[in-house]
Design a protein around this ligand. Structure first.
Ligand SMILES: O=C[C@H](O)COP(=O)(O)O
Length: 249
């Protein structure tokens, strides 16, 4: 579980961001250190981890990566291992994002292997789970989520962990799950996590923006957000953080 129970607002830049764009983001963001009530994290692409780590130093913003490989080192051309992420200043690593599950074909078994290696080297996985529109419409959402959460079976109970519930149909679509759907699904995810022996933060992800963040962050069982598109611009990301501070107060 995560030792920090504050709301977490995490920006996943996905495959976006050149050095100049990161510098522009930080120029706008730089004078606004993270608020005490809400944890703020950024997950830029690998190439920006070191420069972002330097720019974020002393601001109280946590750094994370978007993926990791499940071996420690060696002949794995093109892969990044957990120690490299630690070396770059990362605390978090996103695992099981639906884009990696559907585009790259990542399996639950691979996700579990990555999770084990991440834990071994002191990284906190943000495990992403979520159903497609078809799965929601055919009423199998909870079955799908339980299958994805089953990667946690047998995992050490005190291992650092955050879960992100991201309905696939809400990612990058501008279509957000309703407060009712979010509340109901988060309740199920928390119940399942308890059954598996984990008590950790559960974030919501999927078209979170400055206009809907306060309502979403106020839903019972929602302990933060994994933000994609709206985290690319410092002003919209900061507005989401402000909305989270309001929801937390
Ligand atoms: O990791 C972030 C999620 O995939 C949400 O992305 P989005 O905010 O662009 O919908």
């Amino acid at each position: 579980m995560s030792s920090d129970k504050r709301l977490l607002i995490a920006g996943n830049w996905k495959m976006n961001g050149l050095l100049q764009e990161a510098n522009d983001f930080m120029d706008a963001f730089g004078s606004n250190p993270a608020p005490e009530q809400v944890e703020v994290a950024l997950m830029p692409p690998f190439t920006l981890l070191h420069p972002m780590s330097d720019r974020l130093a002393g601001m109280g913003v946590t750094l994370g990566a978007q993926n990791v490989y499940y071996e420690d080192k060696g002949a794995f051309t093109g892969s990044i291992c957990p120690m490299m992420l630690r070396d770059a200043g990362c605390h978090y690593v996103i695992l099981g994002h639906s884009e990696r599950r559907s585009i790259i074909g990542e399996s639950n078994a691979q996700i579990r292997s990555k999770m084990n290696t991440a834990w071994l080297h002191g990284l906190e996985p943000i495990l992403c789970i979520g159903e497609t529109l078809e799965q929601r419409e055919t009423g199998v959402t909870n079955v799908v989520l339980a299958e994805q959460l089953a990667v946690l079976k047998g995992a050490p109970k005190n291992a650092p962990l955050t879960v992100a519930y991201e309905p696939v149909w809400a990612i990058g679509t501008g279509r957000t799950a309703s407060a009712e759907q979010v509340t109901e699904t988060h309740a199920f995810v928390h119940e399942e996590l308890t059954r598996l022996g984990h008590d950790c933060r559960v974030l919501y992800g999927g078209s979170v923006n400055p206009g809907n963040a306060e309502e979403l962050m106020g839903c019972p069982g929602v302990e933060g957000a994994l933000v994609g598109g709206a985290s690319l611009k410092a002003d919209s990301f900061m507005d989401i953080v402000k909305a989270a501070v309001k929801a937390a107060s």
